[in-house]
Design a protein around this ligand. Structure first.
Ligand code: C2E
Ligand code: MG
Ligand code: MG
Ligand code: MG
Length: 278
């Protein structure tokens, strides 16, 4: 009943429109949303790290990926909970927690004189909230970390409205030394006209393009085209989803930064640090 009430509140639609399956689904969603709210508050969201490697196979940085260790349902992947969090300001709290983890991680690396970058995914809602710049400065100062190591990953969704304002804010944040990556490039609202205006430093090629490498001619064409654009705009290029030696070789030949299971799987930050910080 509670779920129905909430479904009505949130969706505004009539209850009779829901089939039994939808009701079960809605209950599952609201259950997850409630548990997720508690999980974010109780620090049950963990930061996993996945390494990024240059064309010589040297580690150059990592991406921070959220993992939710649910007390009864076990590990829930972000594909399931990020979209739930994005329905409300919960995503702001989640992304903020990840930035706090990232700040302490970068402080640790920087204290060891390691200049790896750490990339953190930021949802449009947090970016648009206008708190981001002040919070970044406060969090990194508190953790004694330099913002120069931080890369913020945004997607094309961020640029759907008020692009002018978004660009202005990105430029302001960039002045702190923070870099921006355009994640999942080519899967969303992609326009070459806007790409040249964005104050970004990196393009990430989505795994839907890289997974066909090196045999699928269409995949090769797409990756080559994206790479050519990135080179012309003097952007760093990262390929996601690199799983095979043939894919890795292709990227190495093209001087594309590699992120994928072939070199490194996402793992808890302490485990990752033990593996990579010799
Ligand atoms: P993303 O930012 O595009 O992250 C890359 C995804 O590809 C990750 O999925 C990673 O585990 C996966 N991946 C990496 N290498 C391989 C590979 O070789 N093969 C395959 N098949 N997959 C690979 P993950 O960790 O499940 O995250 C999914 C998405 O959830 C992320 O996509 C990102 O959009 C979102 N996300 C994750 N953490 C956060 C967060 O802290 N905040 C926000 N707002 N979103 C997050
Ligand atoms: Mg990402
Ligand atoms: Mg991506
Ligand atoms: Mg992706």
């Amino acid at each position: 009943e509670m779920a129905l009430h909430k479904a009505k509140e949130n969706g505004g639609g009539s209850v009779s429109l829901y089939s039994d399956g939808d009701i079960e689904h809605a209950e599952e969603l609201f259950g997850l949303e409630r548990d997720l709210t508690a999980a974010v508050k109780n620090d049950e969201i963990e930061m996993y790290l996945q390494g990024q490697f240059n064309g010589r196979g040297d580690l150059i940085g990592a991406e921070a990926l959220a993992r939710w260790l649910h007390p009864s349902d076990g590990m829930i992947p972000p594909d399931k909970f990020v979209s739930i969090a994005e329905r409300s300001d919960l995503i702001i709290q989640l992304d903020r927690k990840m930035l706090q983890h990232a700040a302490s991680c970068l402080a640790n690396w920087q204290a060891k004189d390691l200049n790896y970058t750490l990339s953190v995914n930021i949802s449009p809602r947090y970016f648009r909230s206008k708190q981001l710049k002040a919070e970044l400065e406060a969090m990194f100062a508190a953790a004694n970390a330099n913002l120069r190591g931080l890369v913020l990953e945004v997607t094309e969704r961020l640029f759907i409205d008020d692009m002018h304002d978004v660009i202005k804010q990105m430029s302001t944040i960039s002045k702190l030394g923070v870099q921006f990556a355009l994640d999942d490039f080519g899967t969303g609202y992609s326009s070459l006209a806007y790409l040249q205006r964005l104050p970004i430093h990196e393009l990430k090629i989505d795994k839907s393009f890289t997974q066909g490498l090196p045999k699928n001619q269409r995949a090769v064409s797409m990756v080559n085209m994206i790479t050519a654009i990135a080179r012309n705009l003097e952007l760093r290029i990262v390929a996601e989803g690199i799983e095979t030696s043939a894919q890795a070789e292709y990227c190495e030949d093209q001087h594309i930064i590699i992120q994928g299971y072939y070199f490194d799987r996402p793992q808890p930050q302490d485990k990752w640090n033990r593996k990579w910080l010799k």
